[in-house]
Design a protein around this ligand. Structure first.
Ligand code: SAM
Ligand code: SF4
Length: 317
């Protein structure tokens, strides 16, 4: 469906849970989330009905996310059923990778074609610090399981955090020479918990290019990342700049939260509930949400925080 600003909305990100087995400092509070009443969350059947309604409006691509989607018990069934919805051409998933040793192959068999894995640092102590409880060793086991499973594409995501990982841009980028993966650097967005980080922690994507003088522009792949490539690399460097150079004009996505709210813009508090609706009701709400998609998200920086009103784990990154 085309929105009022001429953008063809074809991409739905669906958060299957707010829960997570890590506690990244910029994403969620140390104590985790207050577990919501089970009855307020979308059931698996409702998620699939929402995907069917979205597909009827022209959604062709799904990204399954969270929270951590792999802690959801029925994740394989959700992926399998979503991938089978007529009109859905591609199901991708974003994960911290920790549970991939047991789930990579079953996810591939369930119809997930592409994976994004989050990795902000290559230093085990810093990984334990930023995730508050994670082991870098577990990440690498998950990463290798993903490579072995044969997904069409694997992308690694690092959130750029000044004073934390800006000294690791080169070694993170070098992973694209070692492995057939893209390495993407994402500007940190001032959401609820990350909004408390100091102004110096918000560093622009241009910092990546400053330290990678050999990187050359690469053709776009239909996403919002600016793409570059190092000589001899097997994958691209992607730069995602929601803060310093927003890409709202090419935004083709909407989001569905685990508690059943459609968010037409990540940084707007506007939400359209789907919980309890039938196919036609969901389709009508999705239509309203796409129709109400704002032109852009407004200024975002240390002084202008996101209007989302939720942490990333409660929206779906
Ligand atoms: N748990 C999964 C993971 O970590 O990949 C999926 C959900 S997580 C919310 C999705 C992505 O959002 C991660 O790559 C994470 O680094 C990113 N993210 C979380 N909070 C962010 C923020 N404030 N600014 C930019 N990216 C953020
Ligand atoms: Fe969990 Fe992903 Fe958020 Fe980290 S970024 S706390 S892994 S949801």
């Amino acid at each position: 469906m085309i929105d009022q600003f001429g953008r063809n909305v074809t991409y739905l990100r669906i958060s299957v849970t707010e829960l997570c087995n890590l506690r990244c400092r910029y994403c969620m509070p140390e104590e985790g989330v207050c577990k919501k009443n089970h009855a307020d969350m979308l059931t698996e059947d409702e998620m699939i009905l929402a995907v069917e309604a979205a597909a009827a409006l022209g959604i062709t691509k799904l990204r399954v996310t969270g929270g951590e989607p792999l802690v959801k018990k029925n994740i394989l069934s959700i992926c399998r059923r979503a991938a089978a919805v007529p009109g859905i051409r591609e199901v991708c998933l974003t994960t911290n990778g920790i549970l991939l040793p047991q789930l990579a192959k079953p996810l591939k068999e369930a119809g997930v074609r592409r994976l994004n894995l989050s990795i902000d640092t290559l230093n085990p102590e810093k990984y334990a610090y930023i995730t508050r409880c994670g082991s870098l060793d577990d990440f690498w086991k998950g990463f290798h399981a993903a490579l072995d499973a044969g997904f069409e594409k694997i992308k690694l995501n690092a959130v750029l955090i000044g004073g934390f990982n800006d000294d690791e841009i080169v070694p993170l980028a070098e992973l694209t020479r070692q492995y057939p993966v893209d390495m993407r650097f994402i500007e940190m967005m001032p959401m609820c918990d990350s909004a408390e980080f100091g102004a110096d922690t918000y560093i622009p994507y241009t910092r990546v290019l400053d330290v990678l003088p050999d990187a050359r522009p690469a053709p776009k792949d239909g996403g919002v990342a600016k793409l570059y490539r190092l000589p001899g690399a097997k994958g691209n460097i992607g730069l995602i700049s929601p803060v310093s150079a927003h890409f709202c004009g090419e935004c083709n996505r909407i989001r569905l939260t685990a508690d059943g709210r459609v968010k037409p813009c990540l940084h707007s508090s506007a939400e359209y509930p789907l919980k309890g609706l039938d196919f036609e009701g969901m389709k009508a709400q999705l239509e309203r949400a796409i129709g109400g998609k704002p032109q852009w998200h407004g200024s975002l920086d240390a002084a202008h925080h996101s209007g989302a009103g939720r942490n990333m784990n409660q929206i779906g990154g």
